[in-house]
Design a binder for this molecule. Structure first.
Ligand code: PPS
Ligand code: MG
Ligand code: MG
Ligand code: MG
Length: 323
């Protein structure tokens, strides 16, 4: 098996981060507003600290391109939140100082290079705050190609055979080796595949809960033109990729919002999910059919929108988008 050490370290760190997130969710924290006005919480910071620490120790030469950074958390106005983050991190790693925590978080300020990791410590922060879906998403990128994806979805369960019907799922994919899933509670993995073309029951699509993150009216029009008759399943975060990879849905659509036509997707919002879907037999591209290009920096500058399917539906979706 390839990337054995990467998997072992990445999985262990993601499970520990997932535990921290679930502990914080027992008592949903305040939303902290970032400079771009999007939300972050003490759990996003704690999760990034735990995973960056593990990566820095095991792979000191690998940059980590993470969503969060500790600048605001170091300010005196946020000393209370920093203390809270540190308390939660201590439940996973004993004897930790506030200085350790901010340093580990800032290990995620790396730049994309020939080999690097990208981390979304909580994808779907809005979902996390609402009590809905969220994910911890970690991916290894080499030469612009996603090689490993680890996607923990602590609140996800799908209406499918075990272990997918258990709450709390971990999806893992390695390039060329398929995708597998396990419950967060047991350590037995099961291989998964996307929905087959004749699976009428799962011929449905997933999209964001947040209206501002896409174009829901175009998304339903396109899905209909591709032959999907049922309404969408709205789900926060890269859990949507898990739904397509396991066959709970046949399509994930994320078309640019008319209010933000110039929005570019962040690599950490997609890298782990893309390999999880592809290695399960699915296909991912942008709305023009171009492969998602992870070689051009921290955003998908060369792509517009995201289409993820079970493969068989892809051409019909692209044809509808082309009209
Ligand atoms: N305008 C716009 N268009 C597209 N995407 C955007 C936009 N604004 C934010 N984001 C990113 O969306 C990430 C959350 O993913 P989802 O939209 O799938 O989940 S959710 O329903 O919003 O929770 C979310 O990731 P997190 O910040 O990690 O939660 C954002 O990076
Ligand atoms: Mg965010
Ligand atoms: Mg995200
Ligand atoms: Mg995030």
């Amino acid at each position: 098996m390839a990337y054995e050490k990467e998997l072992q370290v990445g999985i262990e760190a993601s499970l520990s981060a997932a535990k921290l997130c679930q502990a914080v969710r027992g008592n949903i924290p305040d939303r902290i507003e970032k400079q771009d006005r999007s939300p972050v919480t003490i759990a996003d910071f704690g999760s990034q600290a735990i995973i960056c620490r593990a990566l820095a120790e095991a792979f000191p030469n690998d940059p980590v391109v993470g969503e969060e950074d500790a600048t605001a958390l170091r300010s005196s106005e946020m000393s209370e939140q920093l203390a809270q983050v540190t308390e939660y991190v201590k439940q996973e790693i004993p004897n930790v100082s506030t200085e350790d925590v901010t340093q580990w978080i800032d290990h995620g300020n790396g730049e994309p290079s020939q080999r690097f990791w990208t981390l979304d410590p909580i994808d779907g922060t809005k979902g996390f705050l609402r009590g809905d879906q969220y994910a911890i998403a970690l991916a290894l990128i080499e030469e612009g190609e996603v090689k490993v994806g680890i996607l923990a979805c602590p609140a996800l369960s799908l209406d499918l055979a075990p272990p997918l019907n258990e709450e709390g799922l971990l999806f893992v994919a390695v390039r060329g080796e398929g995708t597998k899933v396990r419950s967060l509670k047991t350590d037995e993995f099961t291989a998964i595949r996307v929905a087959s073309p004749d699976d009428e029951e799962h011929l449905r699509f997933v999209e964001s809960v947040e209206v501002a993150h896409g174009d829901q009216s175009q998304q339903s029009a396109i899905a209909q033109q591709a032959g999907i008759k049922s309404p969408s399943l709205r789900m926060d975060s890269q859990a949507k990729y898990g739904a397509v990879a396991s066959g709970a849905a046949a399509l994930y659509l994320r078309l640019p919002s008319p209010k933000q036509p110039d929005y570019r997707e962040n690599i950490w919002d997609h890298a782990a999910g893309v390999i999880v879907a592809e290695e399960a037999g699915g296909r991912a591209s942008d709305m023009y059919g171009k492969p998602l290009d992870f070689s051009v920096g921290a955003k998908l500058f060369q792509n517009r929108g995201v289409v993820v399917s079970n493969g068989s539906l892809h051409e019909a979706v692209l044809a509808a988008l082309n009209k």
